[in-house]
Design a protein around this ligand. Structure first.
Ligand code: BGC
Length: 368
């Protein structure tokens, strides 16, 4: 009798222990990671912003997540993805430094049955991407260009063109959106292209092919690098004659490059005024806008993108089908996508759009 009681209590202990071990190994336990997030670099304010917004959002989820940075290197990105695969992730949210080069990393994840969400930048030329969460990037470029058009002075105004990195599919979408708005204004003589013979050669082409865009981007790329942007702007202004100075307009693809290009144009005494675009609402650029050194930025509310990406991940983990609003071709397949709108910010609405909306604190800026 005593012996069988002992056996029962031993069996019960074993059962309870195994339940405990199983709980520890489950997604919500401390062992495994359910969602891996891989961001392109910590060296740009934009992606540090995304990290912070992910951290804010993760607090409310029942699933364990981990964020890693690739520091602009596809090799580091692959290593990050392998680390996360080994930690048992079921969903990968990934924004690549290079859209083509990321294929190897997501194909490795796919092999393990992991669902892949391309975040902000589309991973290209592979079928190993399940979903894409993005802003309306064509609208970003169109808004930048429209701002230049709306602030044009007279006719024959010099137009300086700059673009993002050719390894980033977004650089093409931004440029496409901008060209759609700028080309008619180049054709009607409002603007004259100041710094790109490739754009000049294509100035009568309303819709550019990817190859045609490649040619222009190849010439005016900043590679998303503030230093490269600065060097290019210096070279362009050194080469430009008086007819390409005076009141100028500048298509700058994002805030980091906009600030450094603006600094170069501001120090050329033959440039009497400049209107320059941007994107991201970087804090440093918000200050530039307040100070009148950058004309506008396109605000992309990262909270929404993070919410959409995490919403998709949770839907997948809960066995549901994520909501999508359209699709984007990535060169191999059409990737189901969820898209978010963007907001134009300039000096007159900076307080309303970025402070009153709770995105930033007033104390982070001077002269508001
Ligand atoms: C993003 C921009 C960012 C740029 C440079 C793009 O893919 O959409 O927000 O400024 O990369 O990092």
């Amino acid at each position: 009798m005593k012996k069988s009681l002992k056996a029962i209590s031993l069996a019960l202990t074993v059962i309870m222990l195994s339940i405990l071990v199983a709980a520890c190994n489950s997604n919500s336990g401390s062992g495994k990671i359910s969602v891996g997030i891989v961001l392109p670099t910590k060296d740009e304010e934009r992606w540090v912003q995304d990290e912070q917004r992910f951290k804010d959002a993760i607090k409310d989820t029942k699933y364990k997540t981990e964020i890693l940075f690739s520091q602009g290197s596809p090799a580091k990105e692959k290593e990050n993805v392998e680390t996360l695969i080994n930690k048992g992730i079921k969903v990968l949210i990934i924004c690549p430094p290079d859209g083509d080069a990321a294929a190897a990393a997501v194909e490795a994840a796919k092999k393990e049955g992991i669902k892949v969400i391309s975040y902000d930048r589309l991973i290209t030329n592979t079928d190993a991407v399940d979903y894409y969460v993005t802003f309306d990037s064509v609208a970003v470029g169109a808004a930048q260009a429209q701002y230049l058009v709306d602030h044009a002075k007279g006719s024959g105004q010099p137009l300086y063109l700059y673009a993002g990195a050719a390894s980033d599919n977004n650089a093409f979408l931004f440029f496409e959106g901008a060209w759609n708005v700028l080309q008619p204004k180049i054709a009607d003589g409002t603007f004259k292209i100041a710094n790109s013979s490739e754009a000049e050669a294509l100035k009568d082409t309303a819709k550019l092919s990817r190859d045609q865009m490649s040619k222009i981007i190849g010439q005016v790329t900043t590679n998303w690098d503030a230093n490269e942007a600065k060097n290019k702007a210096q070279t362009h202004l050194t080469a430009a004659g008086a007819d390409l100075k005076g009141d100028v307009v500048i298509l700058a693809p994002n805030d980091g490059t906009s600030r450094s290009i603006a600094d170069v144009f501001a120090t050329d005494s033959a440039v009497t005024s400049y209107v320059i675009s941007g994107q991201d609402a970087d804090k440093a650029s918000v200050q530039y806008i307040i100070d009148g050194k950058q004309s506008m930025t396109v605000f992309k509310d990262v909270r929404t993108l993070v919410k959409d990406a995490m919403g998709m991940a949770v839907a997948i983990l809960d066995g549901k089908t994520p909501e999508t609003t359209g699709s984007y071709p990535n060169g191999a397949i059409d990737v189901k996508a969820k898209q978010t709108d963007v907001i134009v910010v300039e000096q007159s609405n900076v307080k309303q759009k970025l402070i009153d909306s709770g995105y930033y604190q007033a104390s982070e800026f001077t002269g508001l």
